[in-house]
Design a protein around this ligand. Structure first.
Ligand code: AGP
Length: 604
């Protein structure tokens, strides 16, 4: 997704903008640009090269103390310099950077054209810069309010005007934007990791609010552009969270942080082996739940599938898992005693946010499982269970997935305790196993050489199958997503029992198939299915927690430490994340910033 950084202060604006944009590179982008005010005009540089293109420019650029920077992930208009941000208005008075989508930009553009405006780019953002100019009569905040009142869609905006060179105006609607407080300098950013180097004091804008940022202060305004008070929050993330700390890539660092992530996440809720959740839902309300819906996207949705497995097994409450982009438009059947659980690492995923808004409108109880504090979903939710994964920079989610599974496993046990659907003795043993599962993850991490060897076997494949039954199919789904989103090798996860209903037609001599088998109850069925595909020439990598299975059932094997299949996703996913990582490295691809992808999908 696009990234925004802004600066005003005693320092050199370009230096701060470039540092900030580099921290936002992980979000994915295909062009970038900066604009500063120098000698009463805008100094603008935009490029489709990486940030390094800006660095070269900034070395010879005139110094300024106010500026805006942007990384663009193309939505409206192709990848080229004219579509890159910042966008400058016709009279060269107004500069704008924008995250989000202006849905009525064509109507607004036609209106502006009828007033004599011309357009250089194909973007929706350029419409905003000209619309602000159209309303500008000497007060930038006033002109901005009038402009955004005309807008339908989502936006986070940073705005400068050469006639008001001592301020940056910001406003947002359904796209994240924060203000950072410094000493003799202030900042704006779409993600606090961009400015963490300079300050951990932030203020958050709510939808349709405004702020005017000056060097020595800032003023906040409500939806009617009336002054309002301002609350300063201290962000806990450490600067080194957004550094590689000696690893070659963020993804490798974050996979290896899974053990500390599990410990931190579990310690948040386990006190003397008892689960303590700070939920506003009473035990009575939880006892009356008839149906649970888990709503999320991508990897978070896969974590939700694991939640379905364990909640249904421990409580017998039916769980329906939906991708947020479907849920928000299907007029979901929600009843008074339903509970919805939203899962989001970033807390900024547009489809998940929209699904929360829908559930709030219907006054249905919901819990949000979120990794980023002060994110939009955090601030929208009353009942929150934080994952403690720390900043996850690589686009491919790894440690956050493991943390999400841990939280939802704890929630399932918590629910079973309240509903008394499982004996305390069994629940206590589950808690103990979960409490020590990081040791099994550590053991899985140490087998990296084996994962590299297997990665060499599949790195040139055109397609790879991931197969499993029950919980192992859910693990296969997540593993398949990892491989395809970073190595660009097509892969698909299929319920193993479903293979002979069609997909087995794709199995031929040499087809590489990765079989996940941690559920003992289904082991013999899986072995029969393996025989079916091996009879048709498939090569099988078996991921199993069975000790020394018969060699006839595999060509390669990854033996997992003994683990209860309720918790097997936490352990089994680690080798599969590392196989995907090594395949990508062997292919010489950008493992932390895969093409076409963004870390948080803040647009539909
Ligand atoms: C996972 O590797 C992807 N980055 C993507 O599927 C991601 O899980 C999805 O976009 C949901 O993001 P969220 O957890 O921040 O809401």
């Amino acid at each position: 997704m696009c990234g925004i950084v802004g600066y005003i202060g005693d320092g050199i604006a370009n230096n701060v903008l470039l540092e900030g944009l580099k921290k936002l590179e992980y979000r994915g982008y295909d062009s970038c640009g900066i604009a500063t005010i120098v000698g009463g005009t805008f100094d603008v540089f935009k490029t489709t090269k990486r940030i390094d293109g800006l660095v070269q420019y900034a070395k010879k650029a005139p110094e300024s103390h106010i500026g805006l920077g942007h990384t663009r992930w193309a939505t409206h208009g192709g990848v080229n310099e004219k579509n890159a941000h910042p966008h400058i208005s016709n009279s060269k008075k107004i500069a704008v950077v924008h995250n989000g989508i202006i849905e009525n930009y064509i109507t607004l553009r036609e209106m502006l054209k009828s007033k004599g405006f011309t357009f250089m780019s194909d973007t929706d953002t350029e419409v905003i810069s000209n619309l602000i100019e159209y309303y500008y009569k000497g007060n930038l905040l006033e002109a901005t309010k009038k402009a955004v009142d005309m807008v339908e869609g989502s936006y986070a905006l940073g705005i400068m005007c050469i006639d008001e060179p001592n301020e940056i105006v910001v406003t947002k609607r359904n796209s994240p934007l924060i203000v950072g407080l410094g000493d003799g300098e202030n900042f704006i950013a779409s993600d606090f990791s961009a400015i963490l180097k300079y300050t951990n004091r932030i203020s958050v804008l709510e939808n349709d609010e405004f702020a005017v940022i000056e060097k020595n202060g800032m003023a906040f305004f409500d939806k009617n552009a009336e002054p309002r008070g301002n609350e300063i929050k201290i962000i806990g993330a450490k600067e080194n969270d957004v550094e590689k700390n000696g690893y070659d890539h963020f993804m490798l660092k974050e996979i290896n942080e899974s053990t500390i992530t599990i410990k931190n996440t579990l310690s948040e809720y386990l006190k003397d082996d008892k689960i303590k959740f700070d939920l506003k839902l009473t035990n009575e309300e939880l006892k009356n739940i008839n149906q649970i819906h888990i709503v999320a996207c991508g990897t978070a949705m896969h974590a939700g599938l694991n939640g379905k497995n364990i909640i249904e097994k421990l409580t017998r409450i039916p769980v329906n898992v939906e991708v947020a982009s479907e849920f928000r438009y299907k007029n979901p059947i929600l009843k008074e005693n339903d509970l919805v659980i939203f899962i989001s690492q970033s807390g900024e995923t547009a489809d998940t946010i929209a699904s929360i808004e829908l559930v709030k409108e219907k006054n249905i109880k919901f819990i949000s499982i979120v990794n980023v504090k002060e994110s939009t979903i955090d601030r929208m939710s009353e009942n929150i269970l934080y994952t403690r994964a720390g900043a996850e920079i690589a686009v491919a989610s790894t440690k956050a997935y493991v943390a999400q599974v841990c939280v939802i496993d704890l929630f399932a046990i918590y629910l079973a305790q309240i509903l008394k659907t499982v004996s305390d003795k069994v629940l206590k043993s589950l808690i103990l196993e979960l409490k020590n599962i990081h040791e099994k993850v550590q053991a899985a991490l140490e087998d990296d050489k084996k994962y590299i060897e297997y990665a060499k076997k599949i790195k040139d494949d055109k397609s790879v199958f991931f197969l499993g039954r029950g919980i192992d199919y859910y693990i296969a789904l997540e593993a398949s997503l990892k491989l395809k989103e970073i190595s660009y090798i097509h892969s698909e996860a299929t319920q193993f029992g479903e293979l002979k209903h069609g997909p087995i037609a794709l199995i031929e001599e040499g087809t590489n198939s990765i079989v996940v088998s941690t559920d003992k109850r289904l082991r013999s069925k899986v072995y029969s299915n393996i025989k079916e595909i091996k009879a048709r020439g498939a090569n099988v990598l078996l991921i199993t927690n069975e000790k020394s299975p018969q060699p006839e059932f595999y060509d390669d094997i990854i033996e997992l430490p003994e683990v209860n299949e309720l918790f097997s996703p936490i352990v089994a996913i680690v080798p599969l994340q590392l196989v995907a990582y090594h395949v990508t490295i062997l292919k010489g691809l950008d493992v932390d910033k895969p093409r076409n992808l963004a870390k948080s999908v803040t647009v539909e």
